[in-house]
Design a protein. Sequence first.
Length: 123
Amino acid sequence: MTDSPPNDESPQTLPAQGQELWEVVVAYARQETLDPLRGLGRYIGLGLGGSVLVGIGTILIATAGLRLLQTETGSRFTGNWSWAPYLIVLIGAVIVAGIALYAVGRERRRADSHRPTLQGESQ
């Protein structure tokens, strides 16, 4: 029977091993949870900022379209027809929103179709 060479490190006591284990667990938890959450927070912040700016731009464009219809169509939309520019702009906004929602849904459907399915999972 051969003896293993003596280890240069002295054996650690149980409390020292417990402390080292705790430090490793805390470092791992921080690496796997907090760091990705910080990156996700940045991603969400930029997404929300972009959404707010797109929303403001859409409102400004819709208002510009409404003012265009009210001023450039002469007397066509006056009197009993004064509500028509509002309806036209509302229909245009609904169409734009529908196109946007369709595009988002299409991307999700495309991502789901490329996702591998598990055995026993129906499509």
